[in-house]
Design a protein around this ligand. Structure first.
Ligand SMILES: [Zn+2]
Length: 124
C-alpha cells in the first residue's frame, strides 16, 4: 500500500477559524508518470467531488492490489473555504467574496497533463 494522506493548514481568514486542504498521494513507483486530480475549485459544483470519491475507492483497490504506477495526487475538495460560503441560505463558493474574482480564472493551465490516459497508471 502506497497511499499517504496529508492535511495542509490554510491561512486563517479570521481569529479562531481554520481550514485545511486534504491530499491523498499514491506512490506506485516504476514510472515517471504523475497525475494531479482535484475537484471542487468552484465549491458550489458538487458533481466532481462526488465522482472523486468513487475514483478514490477505485484507486485504493488498485493500490491494495499493487497496481498503481507512478504518482497520483488526489485533492477531493480544492476549496474548503468556498465549501463554507453561504450567503442568505445560498451556497456560493465560485467567487472570492473579498473582491468577487472567479477562483477558476487564476489557475495556471494544466491542459498538457490532462490529456494523459488514466490507464497508463494502472498495471495490468
Ligand atoms: Zn467550475
Amino acid at each position: 500500500m502506497t497511499l499517504s494522506t496529508e492535511h495542509s493548514e490554510l491561512p486563517a481568514l479570521s481569529p479562531g477559524a481554520s481550514h485545511r486542504l486534504l491530499k491523498h498521494t499514491f506512490e506506485g513507483g516504476g514510472s515517471e508518470l504523475s497525475a494531479y486530480i482535484q475537484a471542487g475549485l468552484h465549491a458550489d459544483e458538487l458533481p466532481g467531488m462526488l465522482v472523486i470519491q468513487h475514483l478514490l475507492n477505485a484507486l485504493v483497490k488498485l493500490d491494495n492490489a499493487g497496481r498503481i504506477r507512478g504518482r497520483i495526487v488526489v485533492r477531493p475538495f480544492a476549496n474548503p473555504i468556498g465549501l463554507g460560503q453561504r450567503v442568505f441560505g445560498a451556497h456560493t463558493g465560485r467567487f472570492n467574496l473579498d473582491h468577487r474574482s472567479n477562483r477558476r480564472r487564476r489557475m495556471t493551465s494544466c491542459r498538457a497533463s490532462t490529456s494523459t490516459s488514466a490507464m497508463r497508471f494502472a498495471r495490468s
